[in-house]
Ligand binder design. Structure first.
Ligand code: ADP
Ligand code: ZN
Ligand code: ZN
Length: 733
C-alpha cells in the first residue's frame, strides 16, 4: 500500500499537504509523524513537519510529489507535543503549519540538526599512506597535524585548536591534497543528574498541607491552584515538587511571566539543583534559543524554565508543570496570528501527559477561581507569609482632600519621611513611564499628538524627546508650540518626573528608578536591584516592573500613586487587573521582619472595588467580581472570541468585519456583537476594529467558528485588511 505523508507547512492555509515518501532515503530516516521533511512547494522548497502518515489521499497518487529529504532520524516533535499542537490548532482555529512553527526555534525551521554537531577531522586512505611514507617533509605544521590525526583516529576542531594553533591553514592545504577530510559527529549528551545541591528550609504546616496533594498526584493528571499571599512560600513548594520529580527520573517545566524570569529566581533554582537547567525566554538570540531547546530535547536539561512559548518545550519524561503568577497577562500571546494562552495550554498538556499542573498566584485569575468553584481544579491555600513578617496594612488616600506635590499627596510624603527615618525603604509605584503623559501649550491649548495614533506623545525630559508609547514615534522635544509659538509645558506625571519630585523633597536620600527606559540592557535590572538590596538606594520609583517577582526585604512602605486608571474602563477585565496590580504591589511591602504599610492614592475612595479590596482582600474582591460577571454573562460564564482587523482606513477595517458578520449564520445561542472601532482606533497609522462572538456554550462557539472562518477567509474584503481571530481574548477594546 502506498504511504502518504501529510505534511504541515508554515503557510496560512488551513490544511495539510500530501506527499509521497522520498525516492531514496537512508533506512535510519523513517518518515513518521513529528519528523521534519524538505518538500517541493510550487517553485519553492519548504521545510515542514509530517503531521500524519495516511494510506490514501484526496488527490490522485500519480499527481503527488515525493518529499525531497527526510531531515531527522527521530521526530523533532514527540507525540505529546504534537498532540498538544494539534489540539491548539483546533481550539484557536489556526492553521497547523503556523502553530507547529511557533513551537520550533528558528534554527530548526531552517533545517539545523536536532542534536548539536561537532566538526571532526580524520585522515583519508591517501593521507594515511602519505603519512606512513613520512610526507610532507617540508611542511612541519601539516606534518604535525597528520601526526595528531594518525595518533588519535579523529579529532574535533576544538581539540585541534587547543593542541595546534594555526591548524586551520595546515588543514586547508591537506584538504586540497585529499589527505584529510572533515565530518560532522553528533555530540553525545548525558542525561542531567537529579542531585540536589542544597536543602531548602523546613516547610511550615500550611506548606506541607499544600505540598501533599500534588505529591500524591505525581504520575497522574491533576490541576491545582496554589493560592498563596506574596511571600507565603509558593516558590519553595515548586522547588520541593521539582525535586521529587527529578528523583523519579522525570523532568519538570516551569512557566513564568515575561518579566518574572529574574536573576533572583534563576539563582534560587540554580542554588537548589545541580541538574542543568534550560532557560527559554523572548530575549534569547536564535543560537541561544536553539541551544536551550536542544538541551531539553536531549534530556541533558531535565528542568526547563521559560516564558510563554516554553509551554511547547521538548521536556523529556515530563513529570510536572508549574505556571507561576498564572494570572499574568503575558501568558496570553496577543500579537500575530496564533493567539494562545500558555496557561490554558499548560493545563491541556498536563492532562494529555497525565501529570499534575500547579497554577500559582497571590491573585489568581477569575477564570481560574471559577474552575476551583466548579471543582475542575483543586485549591491549595497559603494564608500566611513564610517568614515572620506580618501582613501589610492597606490604606486609601483621598486625592481630593490633600495637597499634592507633583502628584504625591502630603500624607504620602510624610509617610515616606517616617519610614526612611525608621531605616526602612520606600517603593513608589506609578504605571506610566516617561516624564509626563502630555505636552501642553499654555497659549492655544495644543497638546502634542502622535500623527500615527489616536494618542498623545509622552514627554521624555532627560532624553529631550517626545515619544509615542503605542507606535514608537520619536521626535525632538520642542521648546515652543508649533502652532502659536507660545511656551509649552509638561502636564501630568510619569516615573521620571516622580523621581525628580522625590529627589527635590528628599535631597539627602539616594533614589533608584525601575522602568523600561532605565532597564534597556542585560544587567541594568540587576544593578537597580543591587542598589536597593545594599541600601545604596532607599527610594525606588517604578512601573509594573516593580510589582513582579522581586524581593525587597527592607521595603516597609509602598505608595501606589494612582489607582484610578481601570476603575471606569469599558473593558470588563479592568477591575480584575487593577485589583491584581494593587495586591501584587502591596505584597512588596514588609517582606522582611518589619511590618509594611501600603498607601493607595485615589479620587474615588468610596468605589466598591477599592472598598471590597480593603475590607476583604483579594478573596472578597474576587467573590464580588465573579458575581458581577455571572450576572452580566461575561467570561468565565460565557465564551468569547474576537475577530479583529486593521486597515489603512476606518471604512476598510469596518467593511471587512461587516461583511464577515453578514455571511455568519450564527446558530441559536451564539451572538455577534459589533463591529466597532477600537477604543484607540488609529494606531501606528492603521485603523483597528473588532467583532465579538459570544456564546454561553463552548462547543456551540467552536462549531460556529469552524464553519464560519473558511467563509471569512474567502471574502474579497479580507485582502484589504490584516485580520486575526483571538479565542478567549484578554484585552477587549
Ligand atoms: P512566594 O513564592 O509565595 O512569594 P517564596 O517561596 O519566595 O514565596 O518565600 C518567601 C520567602 O520565605 C523566601 O525568602 C523563602 O526563602 C522563605 N521561605 C519559604 N518557605 C520557608 C520556610 N518553610 N521556612 C523559612 N523560610 C521560608
Ligand atoms: Zn499654542
Ligand atoms: Zn503613535
Amino acid at each position: 500500500m502506498t504511504q502518504i505523508l501529510r505534511v504541515a507547512l508554515d503557510t496560512p492555509l488551513r490544511r495539510l499537504f500530501d506527499y509521497l515518501p522520498p525516492e531514496s532515503a537512508p533506512a535510519a530516516r523513517q518518515p513518521v509523524p513529528g519528523v521534519r521533511v524538505r518538500v517541493p512547494f510550487g517553485r519553492q522548497r519548504l521545510i515542514g513537519v509530517i503531521a500524519e502518515v495516511a494510506t490514501s489521499s484526496e488527490l490522485p497518487v500519480g499527481r503527488l510529489k515525493p518529499v525531497l529529504e527526510v531531515l531527522d532520524p527521530e521526530p523533532a516533535l514527540d507525540t505529546a507535543v504534537l498532540t498538544l499542537l494539534r489540539w491548539a490548532s483546533e481550539y484557536y482555529h489556526h492553521p497547523l503549519g503556523e502553530v507547529l512553527s511557533a513551537a520550533l526555534p528558528k534554527g530548526l525551521r531552517l533545517g539545523a540538526p536536532l542534536r548539536p554537531r561537532r566538526e571532526e577531522w580524520r585522515l583519508t586512505a591517501a593521507g594515511t599512506a602519505q603519512h606512513s611514507a613520512g610526507e610532507p617533509r617540508r611542511a612541519p605544521r601539516q606534518r604535525a597535524l597528520l601526526d595528531l590525526l594518525a595518533a588519535n583516529g579523529s579529532l574535533s576542531a576544538d581539540a585541534l585548536a587547543q593542541q595546534l594553533p594555526a591548524w586551520r591553514e595546515a588543514a586547508r592545504a591537506l584538504l586540497k591534497r585529499g589527505w584529510i577530510a572533515s565530518f560532522e559527529a553528533s555530540v553525545v549528551t548525558t542525561a542531567g543528574t537529579a542531585a540536589r545541591r542544597a536543602p531548602g528550609p523546613e516547610l511550615n504546616d500550611e506548606q506541607q498541607q499544600a505540598l501533599a496533594p500534588v505529591s500524591a498526584a505525581l504520575g497522574h493528571f491533576g490541576a491545582f491552584v496554589l493560592h498563596g499571599v506574596t511571600g507565603s512560600g509558593k516558590t519553595e513548594i515548586y522547588l520541593r515538587l521539582i525535586e521529587q520529580v527529578l528523583l523519579r527520573g522525570q523532568g519538570a517545566l516551569v512557566l513564568v511571566p515575561e518579566i518574572g524570569l529574574t536573576p533572583q529566581l534563576l539563582a534560587r533554582f540554580r542554588a537548589r539543583f545541580a541538574a542543568p537547567l534550560a532557560v527559554l525566554h523572548s530575549g534569547l538570540g536564535d543560537a541561544e534559543r536553539l541551544a536551550a531547546w536542544r538541551a531539553a530535547f536531549s534530556g541533558e536539561a531535565r528542568l526547563v524554565l521559560g516564558t510563554r512559548s516554553a509551554v511547547f518545550a521538548p521536556v523529556q519524561q515530563l513529570g510536572l508543570i508549574v505556571v507561576d503568577e498564572e494570572h499574568d497577562a503575558s501568558f496570553k500571546q496577543h500579537e500575530g496570528g496564533f493567539r494562545y494562552s500558555a496557561r490554558d495550554l499548560a493545563v491541556m498538556r498536563a492532562q494529555q501527559s497525565g501529570v499534575p499542573v500547579v497554577l500559582g498566584s497571590a491573585t489568581p485569575a477569575l477564570e481560574t477561581l471559577q474552575n476551583v468553584v466548579s471543582a475542575r481544579y483543586g485549591v491549595l491555600r497559603l494564608t500566611r507569609r513564610a517568614t515572620p513578617a506580618p501582613p501589610p496594612l492597606l490604606k486609601l488616600l483621598d486625592l481630593r482632600q490633600h495637597a499634592l506635590q507633583g502628584g504625591i499627596a502630603t500624607p504620602a510624603v510624610l509617610a515616606i519621611e517616617r519610614h526612611l527615618a525608621a531605616d526602612g525603604q520606600a517603593l513608589v509605584f506609578l504605571n506610566r513611564r516617561g516624564y509626563a503623559p502630555t505636552l501642553l501649550c499654555t497659549g492655544c491649548g495644543w497638546m502634542a499628538p502622535c500623527r500615527e495614533c489616536d494618542a498623545r506623545l509622552t514627554v521624555h525630559l532627560s532624553a529631550g524627546r517626545l515619544r509615542c508609547h503605542h507606535c514608537g514615534a520619536d521626535a525632538a522635544l520642542p521648546e515652543r508650540c508649533p502652532q502659536c509659538g507660545f511656551a509649552v509645558k509638561p502636564v501630568g506625571q510619569g516615573t521620571e518626573r516622580v523621581a525628580e519630585t522625590l529627589g527635590a523633597l528628599f535631597p539627602q536620600v539616594a533614589l533608584a528608578r525601575l522602568d523600561r527606559d532605565v532597564v534597556r540592557r542585560a544587567g541594568d535590572l540587576e544593578a537597580v536591584m543591587a542598589r536597593m538590596a545594599s541600601g545604596a538606594a532607599r527610594i525606588l520609583v517604578g512601573t509594573q516592573m516593580v510589582t513582579k517577582g522581586h524581593d525587597f526585604p527592607n521595603v516597609t512602605l509602598v505608595v501606589a500613586l494612582n489607582a484610578d486608571q481601570g476603575l471606569f474602563s469599558t473593558d470588563f477585565r479592568a477591575p480584575e487587573r487593577l485589583a491584581q496590580t494593587l495586591v501584587q504591589v502591596a505584597g512588596r511591602a514588609g517582606r522582611g521582619a518589619k511590618p509594611g504599610e501600603v498607601l493607595i492614592q485615589t479620587e474615588f475612595p468610596d468605589h466598591p472595588l477599592l472598598q471590597s479590596l480593603l475590607a476583604e482582600g483579594y478573596d472578597g474582591f474576587a467573590h464580588a467580581a465573579l458575581a458581577e460577571r455571572a450576572q452580566a454573562a461575561w467570561p468565565p460564564f460565557s465564551r468569547l472570541a474576537a475577530l479583529r482587523d486593521s486597515a489603512p482606513s476606518s471604512a476598510a477595517a469596518l467593511g471587512f468585519l461587516t461583511e464577515a458578520r453578514r455571511v455568519a449564520r450564527a446558530p441559536h445561542g451564539v451572538k455577534l456583537l459589533g463591529p466597532v472601532p477600537a477604543a484607540m482606533a488609529k494606531r501606528a497609522g492603521r485603523y483597528h476594529a473588532q467583532l465579538l462572538i459570544e456564546s454561553r456554550e463552548r462547543t456551540a462557539l467552536h462549531t460556529f467558528l469552524g464553519s464560519w472562518l473558511p467563509e471569512v477567509e474567502q471574502l474579497s474584503s479580507a485582502r484589504a485588511v490584516r485580520w486575526s481571530l483571538d479565542v478567549d481574548p484578554l484585552e477587549l477594546f
